[in-house]
Design a protein around this ligand. Sequence first.
Ligand code: F6R
Length: 409
Amino acid sequence: EKAGYDYFMLKEIFEQPRAYRDTMRGKVKVIGDAKDSGVSQQSGVEIREKIDEEVAERIAKQADVNYGLPAILQVQIEECKLSVEKIQQIEKVHIVACGTAYHAGLIGKSVIESCARIATEVDVASEYRYRSPMITPRTLVIVVSQSGETADTLAALREAKQQGAHVLAITNVVGSSIAREADDIVVTGAGPEIAVASTKAYTTQLIAFFLLGIYFAQLRQTLPQDKITNLVMAVEQLPALAEQLLTTEKTEQLAEIARRIALHHDLFFIGRGVDYAVAQEGSLKLKEISYIHSEAYAAGELKHGTLALIEQGTPVIALMTQPALFDKTMSNIKEVKARGAHVLVIAYDNMAEELAKTADEVFTIPMTEAILSPALSVIPLQLLAYYTALTLGHDIDKPRNLAKSVTVE
Ligand code: F6R
């Protein structure tokens, strides 16, 4: 069943490009003549809809910019029962989940706020219920759960429903308790996840948030159509880009770095914006299966205390996928370097040369839209955690003290 892999976790990491495709299936709509435009070959977009000229013309008229592309791409989420009117009336979003799914929610917040301009809060499910959340009929509560059985998340869902919110679940298990009790579901196409440490479930939750964010933006008209087309195209390209991170050359580079990480007792992950959210997920993954302590920090926050913990040789893993924040994070890297840290930077190919001047090591990922980068940048962190645990000889699929599905509060 492990299909030749040593552990389910590694198999599941390698399944991610397939899982991304399955999560997107049927959710991208092509309007306009994409056949001759090269869009379909370039992005792998399947043309599922017969070209409807009338619709194309209407949308082209609505778009107040010249999008420069012969095809118009949009997101459709047929299983989403929320009416257009309801989506337009949403005043705020609460995202509620546990563990890795909570980390996916942090990215979801960035996507929903930046694309659809809806104020979004993210809570750990075990905290949400007890903080008197301010729910109104115009609050959309999104619960995120791979298993659909997590007790804390289920309790939060019930509380939100009772207070009158519309609850949408992003889940990997169609027949689960959370799927059954939610008003709406968006299903991730990860397929069964066996390893306790979640990988493909997390990244497919990200894909679901990307699609949902773009879908809301479309209906609330918060992004021009050319931007939507570009974003959808970039989402469509993610599976192929993820494949580029799973080559022997790439995995061997990470396995070698992991052998050095395995010698340490403490390390830091830093980043800004979505990179900070990915840093939190990378740190959790490492702790779960390697049992090495690490902390994730917003890069700009280090100097407010944590810098005291940086010593000669302390490994710091810095994520730098946000061009607008490049200079700011660079100065934080210099701060830790000056205290003796050994810095590994994860950044786009085109930044490698510049970064090599300051960082000790650079691991490159393919370029994508800044907001979508987590679906790529987390992959090396998953592999780092895996190879570190492998070096230390741990039972990777069944880490100590943990269960796959937590059905107690
Ligand atoms: C971490 C991990 C856990 C789960 C969490 C929520 O790798 O697997 O943190 O993400 O227990 O589980 P679900 O998504 O099933 O609700």
